[in-house]
Design a protein around this ligand. Structure first.
Ligand code: SF4
Ligand code: SF4
Length: 188
């Protein structure tokens, strides 16, 4: 019995050492720039930039494989913050990209909802609650306004409603210093 315990403990120790060594040796080098870029992106995970979420887009920007002006939800302000971070010139939202839109949230007409769960599956941030054949509703606080749930709805009972800005949504806009005209602009 004691021999078995000693053998098992020895084996566990050896495996532990091997795993520890492997974790150090094969650790994927995190690029801190990706974290900084990702922190500026709006985390809507909507895919409007052409990438499957904000992180993959941040990685592509850090590798110089994608431009900084492909994120409509981030809008002009996001582009300026990325330009400042990367020491680049800001540019207007990318060609063919939808113009930056006012913040909005999805609203489900619960009377018309048939409970097919398609919107729930489409939502990248789990902002929709409901069950099969039951009414679905959107948790407005969690909704990023990415509109990914609108198209799949077979009864078209989801609408996007613009958020009216009040003290709870107001945030300090990122000042932009126009070097060429040496002017500070905080236009909203
Ligand atoms: S509820 Fe709709 S609009 Fe809101 S985050 Fe989910 S998919 Fe996007
Ligand atoms: S997709 Fe439309 S009908 Fe289906 S659960 Fe969502 S809101 Fe209801």
């Amino acid at each position: 019995m004691l021999t078995a315990i000693l053998i098992m403990s020895g084996l566990a120790l050896v495996i532990g050492v091997i795993l520890g060594f492997a974790a150090i040796q094969f650790k994927a080098e995190e690029n801190p720039l990706v974290d900084k870029i990702d922190a500026i992106l709006p985390q809507t995970q909507c895919g409007q930039c052409g990438f499957p979420g904000c992180r993959p887009y941040a990685e592509a920007i850090s590798r110089g494989e994608a431009d900084i002006n492909r994120c409509p939800p981030g809008g002009d302000e996001g582009i300026h913050r990325l330009a400042d971070l990367l020491g680049m010139d800001a540019k207007p939202l990318g060609d063919g990209q939808a113009q930056a839109k006012a913040k909005s949230v999805a609203v489900i007409d619960e009377q018309r909802c048939i409970g097919c769960t398609l919107c729930l599956q489409a939502c990248p941030v789990d902002a929709i609650v409901g069950a099969a054949k039951q009414m679905h509703t959107v948790i407005a606080k969690q909704c990023t306004g990415c509109e990914l749930c609108v198209a799949p709805c077979p009864v078209e009972c989801i609408t996007m409603e613009a958020l009216t800005e009040d003290i709870t949504q107001w945030k300090w806009t990122y000042p932009r210093y126009d070097i060429k005209n040496s002017a500070l602009s905080t236009d909203r």
